[in-house]
Design a binder for this molecule. Structure first.
Ligand SMILES: [Zn+2]
Length: 611
């Protein structure tokens, strides 16, 4: 066959060789609005080129981008969808945060992308009538555009492609549900793409990201050609001359001095659009994960590499956030880290500096300063978290035992083995379902049940020895209450209840006590130590509850509270230890006096509370 005939026929017999994704986008997609106008050219935002190239990689199932705002991440998702619709086909689910987001995106943005892109428009089943609320009907496939907050949207459709926008902000479990949509297409080069500014360094999006390649965007120094990721700590400005009396900065004066220092040759790079552009154009990705899931490609870039964001904008935002942090409000800094640096915010940043709590002693090692030993039990659905801590008279303490037990008998056996007085064993009765059982076990073993409460303090009436009169004091825990353990319920009258039927219970202010534990853990009080060979889960759990200051979205006011980051049962058990040490006046504040009580001290009655 002559070359002429072959060339004439090959387009008929064989499909046109597919263009590279970036070439296809440059040829067929134009931006009429947004920061970049004209043809979709990945030269403008080179950090999205490699994620787009992965669309044609048959080994890749999932593409995850954790990045800063205004850095072409939506353009990336749009480009990917247009390419897949025109060149591949197969049902597609696009999930935005809510149905409202989805409707707005399709109506005001993606509809125009479709109509402006010829190869996609000609595939519409019925012209522009094909674009309906939440669905776009193509001749060869359907695109669904839905909210990810609605679990039904995530469970109804099977699709070859799943695209997720701002997936870090979806309710927990919803990424997993969306992933299942493509199960039946995995043999046919299905793709899932999740693009988001990050949230915290925990949760589904974070787990998905770190399971992948963790490819970090690198750029080259125009001076020495060394490559490095762009980081905030290399940004320089002259703060000395710009500091105001109240500790804030004169941001206008800082603006002129902002520059980026090459960590290798220390050249100062100017905050100039041309400099930023040439640095961005030198970029490439470096995988940071030595053992990635080969089917998952994950990418990170931040605002420092985006040429249309000036470094002085970033410096100003950082300084404002840092000023707020010094006053105790971490929220602006958390926002800055997530939105500008595109990084996962480490919730532990809310804590004080890292303190080494690990002592030079082992579990169950004797301690010559021991004054008290308490056992505290956190009750879970299918196990008990048990902590034993030794306390010295001066408030110093050491972890002696931390374990997981499964039966009440095991707790009682451990108590005997470690020789702990029953009145120094405290069992959490906060778990409603097991409350009755906790009361019965406490009554039978002479242990004390503890119930955490939102109250800040409890008022006690005490006898003032000096004046002989009653006085009221506040304490972060209640007097002992005798609670019917249920054993004696059959009796006609509580008056006849035997002591053995009553459980001793103490209510306690969980915020107050946890704040003391927080300070001990941060090294801001007595020495609070952990045996060097304590279980790994203990170290994790003890860090999993942090003290947070955040702006309340509704009121705009700052609020501080304890935030749970994960399993925190050891933290709860340790809080009960702190309570026990408070009750015995080893640590904690002295009583806070209120007005003298008109009541005579003998009128104080211990209340019998029905369980
Ligand atoms: Zn350099």
């Amino acid at each position: 066959m002559s070359a002429l005939i072959y060339n004439a026929l090959k387009d008929v017999w064989r499909p046109t060789p597919k263009l590279q994704v970036e070439d296809w986008l440059r040829t067929h997609v134009r931006f009429e609005r947004g920061p970049i106008l004209g043809a979709f050219d990945t030269k403008n935002s080179p950090w999205i080129r490699e994620p787009l190239m992965e669309l044609r990689n048959h080994d890749t199932r999932e593409i995850i981008c954790a990045c800063s705002v205004q850095s072409a991440k939506t353009a990336l998702a749009e480009g990917a969808m247009l390419y897949l619709i025109a060149e591949e086909g197969g049902d597609m689910c696009l999930y935005l945060q809510t149905d409202e987001h989805a409707d707005e995106f399709l109506d005001t943005r993606f509809k125009h992308r479709i109509l402006d892109c010829k190869p996609v428009t000609k595939l519409l089943a019925r012209g522009d009538k094909s674009i309906q609320k939440r669905t776009v009907a193509f001749a060869h496939m359907t695109q669904y555009v839905m909210g990810a907050n609605n679990i039904h949207n995530l469970q109804s459709k099977a699709a070859r492609y799943v695209i997720g926008d701002e997936a870090a902000y979806w309710p927990h479990g919803h990424i997993g549900e969306s992933r299942k949509r493509t199960t039946s297409f995995d043999a046919r080069n299905s793709k899932r793409i999740y693009v988001s500014t990050p949230m915290n360094n925990s949760g589904e999006f974070y787990e998905s990201f770190i399971a992948g390649s963790c490819s970090e965007w690198q750029v080259r120094c125009p001076e020495c050609n060394e490559h490095w990721p762009m980081v905030l700590s290399q940004l320089r400005w002259d703060g000395d001359g710009a500091k105001l009396a109240d500790g804030k900065y004169d941001l206008a004066r800082i603006r002129d001095t902002v520059r980026y220092e090459c960590p290798a040759c220390h050249v100062m790079l100017k905050d100039d659009p041309r400099v930023r552009r040439s640095i961005a154009n030198s970029g490439f990705y470096l995988n940071q994960n030595s053992a990635p899931d080969p089917r998952v490609k994950s990418y990170h870039w931040n605002a420092l590499t985006v040429p249309w964001v000036s470094w002085d904008t970033i410096a100003s935002e950082f300084l404002k956030a840092e000023y707020a942090r010094k006053l105790g409000d971490y929220s602006p800094l958390a926002e800055f880290v997530r939105k500008r640096l595109g990084e996962f915010w480490d919730m532990r940043e809310f804590q004080s500096e890292e303190v080494n709590l690990s002592g030079s002693f082992a579990m169950e090692e004797a301690w010559d300063q021991e004054f008290r030993r308490y056992m505290t039990v956190d009750v879970q659905r299918d196990y008990f978290r048990v902590v034993v801590r030794l306390w010295a008279q001066n408030g110093d303490s050491r972890l002696f035992y931390a374990g997981e037990l499964h039966t009440w008998q095991q707790i009682s056996d451990l108590q005997k083995r470690l020789d702990i007085n029953g009145r120094r064993v405290f069992v959490d009765c906060g778990f409603e379902r097991y409350q009755g059982e906790v009361y019965r076990q406490c009554a039978a073993n002479d242990w004390i049940a503890l119930k955490g409460d939102r109250a800040q303090f409890f008022t006690w009436t005490l006898m003032d020895k000096r004046t002989g009169r009653g006085k009221q004091v506040r304490r972060p825990y209640s007097q002992i209450q005798h609670v019917d353990s249920g054993v004696g319920l059959a009796r006609a009258s509580m008056r006849n209840a035997r002591k053995a039927d009553l459980c001793d219970r103490i209510m306690w202010s969980s915020d107050y006590i946890k704040l003391i534990l927080h300070r001990l853990r941060a090294g801001q009080g007595a020495s609070w130590q952990i045996a060097h060979n304590a279980p790994k889960w203990y170290f994790k759990e003890i860090q999993n509850e942090v003290f947070v200051t955040e702006k309340d979205k509704k009121t705009g006011k700052n609020k501080t509270y304890f935030k749970k980051l994960g399993e925190n049962h050891s933290f709860d058990a340790e809080a009960m230890q702190v309570l026990a040490a408070c009750i015995e006046k080893i640590i904690g504040q002295a009583d806070v006096s209120e007005t003298p009580s008109p009541k005579a001290p003998q009128a104080i009655e211990q209340h019998v509370v029905n369980a």
